[in-house]
Design a binder for this molecule. Sequence first.
Ligand SMILES: Cc1cc2nc3c(=O)[nH]c(=O)nc-3n(C[C@H](O)[C@H](O)[C@H](O)COP(=O)(O)OP(=O)(O)OC[C@H]3O[C@@H](n4cnc5c(N)ncnc54)[C@H](O)[C@@H]3O)c2cc1C
Length: 397
Amino acid sequence: MIGLNFTPSRTMALDRLTHFAPLAGRHYETGRNTDAGPDHANSVSYLSPYVRHRIITEHEIIAEVLRHHRLPVAEKFVQEVLWRTYWKGWMEMRPSVWRRFLNERDRHRTTFHDHHAIACAEKGQTGIEGFDDWARELVETGYLHNHARMWFASIWIFTLRLPWALGADFFLRHLLDADAASNTLSWRWVAGLQTVGKTYLATTENIAKFTNGRFAPKGLATEAISLTEPAVEPAGDLRQPTRHDPSQPSLLLVTHEDMHPESIFSSAYDFRSVLVAADDALLWGDRARQFATKGATEMTTRAAAHFDCPTHSITALDAETLVTSAHAAGVRQIIAPYAPVGPVADAIADLALVLAQQGITVVTIRREWDSRFWPNAKKGFFNFKERMPQLLSESGL
Ligand SMILES: Cc1cc2nc3c(=O)[nH]c(=O)nc-3n(C[C@H](O)[C@H](O)[C@H](O)COP(=O)(O)OP(=O)(O)OC[C@H]3O[C@@H](n4cnc5c(N)ncnc54)[C@H](O)[C@@H]3O)c2cc1C
């Protein structure tokens, strides 16, 4: 299937970017909304599983694209990449929205009465053309085109009238790019919770047009009335970076949240050992687990060569393993790339408290990209987008 070979390696990600970058201008802008199906060429990049795990970074993607196009020509693509950055920044300053999703999901898992309807929707047995195909495509490939994700979420919420949080959970369990911020906030956006009162209604005409006539589902909801919820708390401050001394001997801890530490840490850091953690419990679905685990294996080889120190992989991110590894490396400082809101960030925060009692400090380092862009995600994407040229320029792009 074209585009759908998601081999979890940096070589593959760079290869894909090299082929896509010349097409990131008008070709992308005019074709990006069309989903010709998994067996046909689409105009999108298929980079999301790689950038989600930061096997490749937003900076690298935009830099390569701007080598081929001036910003006004590739603006649409660059903006799409920045939606990822924006959602992450937005969530980072409102972590309660993630917890709200988890609570909502757990509540519906136990109280939602129509298990049959959920099972039919997930298996692609609703009888709704397109919707059923996307459900199967998601499970079989781990990927859905952005427009298909929007149609699917809209039909789930407004035609089938199923709880949005269970739909978001279905995506998390199957997407290779499953991501706390992009997934939760996109589902909320479709439901009218994110931009309060503004929903997304999937229509037969729009689906027929942008699937090249493959699907024209009948009986879709004709209106999309916003879901409601108690007001979301105002944006708080970003978590402050922990003070640390780069020259102090340290252990580098890499997780599936950021698998390119080579582009974060300068030679000022004195790493005595690298630990690559691929912890199944911190990922949602089997496909994403396999992707991250294989990616971690490749990462281990890269890290060993780059940091020139002993490198080990672990399958459980727990205090005992970290303490043993720190002692073996003779260090009292563990440094990890910053993990955005989600299970890895929670695990690292918990571990930091336990390890502090053993005299070991855990420090997380945020990328300059995130520190520069995220504070601008307090309001809507329009404001964020307005700042884009300046922020890109400050990033050397
Ligand atoms: C209901 C719903 C759920 C989603 N869940 C996720 C998710 O769990 N993880 C995830 O990574 N994306 C999610 N998205 C966003 C988007 O659909 C995917 O990032 C995109 O389809 C990835 O395919 P691509 O790389 O071929 O995209 P391209 O069109 O080639 O875009 C290039 C890059 O821009 C970013 N991007 C593009 N569109 C979006 C968007 N709408 N929001 C955020 N970033 C975007 C991605 O990093 C993508 O790799 C969701 C969208 C919707 C509507």
